[in-house]
Design a protein around this ligand. Structure first.
Ligand code: ES4
Ligand code: ZN
Length: 326
């Protein structure tokens, strides 16, 4: 209980949060109703009951379906603002937020609608809560390189508020190499690079993300632990890993929270951070993720302070802003 109170008030940054994954069932119902979108659920309980997954793809199918209720700029503003309201309660001071433009543009929602709405929510959160934030544009890796290039082109007018590009969706069979050229183009435009790797995919995908995408941060990275030479490389490079404990449990990346790799990552000298990934689907926001580890592992105050500190030093904030948070 003492440790829970410490975690609650610990200032933190969130570095791995898909805004579409913060769509709560109640909100899904409300947006469906106000937009006249039919969803295949009769109640909030019905939706929650569908959130049982054996692997990443089970989740992705439901997650892309849920996103269909998002139609207007107001929807995206409200979605972002609801996330920040939760984040503020969890002492989040800064967030670098993933969004999946292709999920929306492929069903006829303009990139501009998504961007304007999210930026409005971000501006309102900075005004009301003092939370700073940037967006990270994720390419859907199950789609092709050409579609990723088209998405990068659509982002051009908004690059001043987009910190970087990322890579998400189904990992197996869609290795980082598929997006080497689009990541090089993003780098040329001054964007930072991150990628989901080693969540379900093998350690070789993490190596590709380093060598072929030039990533500044590694999203998940769990399976890197299978390769000692890769662990050594990540530790020496000071690479930040954005790890998501409740997501790992829900998607069966780990079988038991007591066996979660975060304690091992810290012991190996890896710069791990704790994040919520898709909180509406995985059972909790960032403090729930910290608390789940507190309840099931021997991590203590000093470890959680290190993990929170890593979230700022691993962020894309300028050095003087990072210093202000430490
Ligand atoms: C995701 Cl947990 C996870 N992995 C890959 N892609 C994603 N998109 C949203 N959540
Ligand atoms: Zn993720």
């Amino acid at each position: 209980a003492d440790l829970d109170a410490f975690i609650t008030g610990l200032p933190k940054a969130e570095l791995h949060l898909h805004i579409e994954g913060s769509l709560e069932p109640e909100q899904m119902f409300a947006f469906a109703k106000r937009n006249g979108v039919v969803i295949p659920f009769d109640s909030v309980e019905d939706i929650r009951a569908a959130y049982s997954f054996s692997r990443l793809q089970d989740f992705l199918d439901i997650y892309y379906q849920g996103a269909a209720v998002l139609q207007t700029e107001q929807d995206f503003r409200d979605l972002a603002y609801a996330y920040f309201t939760r984040a503020h309660a969890d002492a989040v001071r800064h967030a670098e937020i993933f969004f999946d433009p292709q999920t929306h543009t492929d069903r006829g929602i303009a990139f501009e609608t998504v961007a304007r709405g999210l930026f409005a929510g971000m501006d309102d959160a900075q005004r009301d809560f003092g939370i700073t934030s940037r967006l990270i544009l994720c390419f859907l890796r199950h789609l092709d390189e050409e579609a990723a290039f088209a998405t990068l082109a659509q982002a051009k007018p908004w690059l001043d508020r987009i910190a970087g590009v990322g890579l998400d969706s189904g990992e197996i069979g869609n290795p980082p190499s598929k997006f080497a050229r689009v990541f090089a183009a993003a780098a040329d435009q001054g964007l930072r690079r991150v990628a989901h790797a080693g969540e379900e995919g093998p350690p070789a995908y993490v190596t590709e993300a380093l060598d072929l995408l030039g990533i500044d941060r590694l999203d998940h990275g769990n399976r890197a632990l299978e390769d000692p030479a890769l662990v050594d490389r990540l530790a020496r490079a000071g690479m930040t890993l954005t790890v998501c404990p409740l997501s790992n449990l829900k998607l069966c990346v780990v079988n038991d929270m007591a066996a979660h790799p975060i304690p091992r990552m810290l012991a190996l000298g890896l710069k791990a951070t704790i994040n919520s990934d898709d909180p509406a689907y995985f059972g909790g926001y960032v403090n729930d993720n910290y608390r789940a580890l507190a309840a099931s592992t021997s991590l203590g105050r000093a470890d959680f302070a290190t993990l929170a500190r890593n979230s700022f030093t691993g962020s894309f904030l300028p050095p003087e802003e990072i210093a202000r948070h430490l």
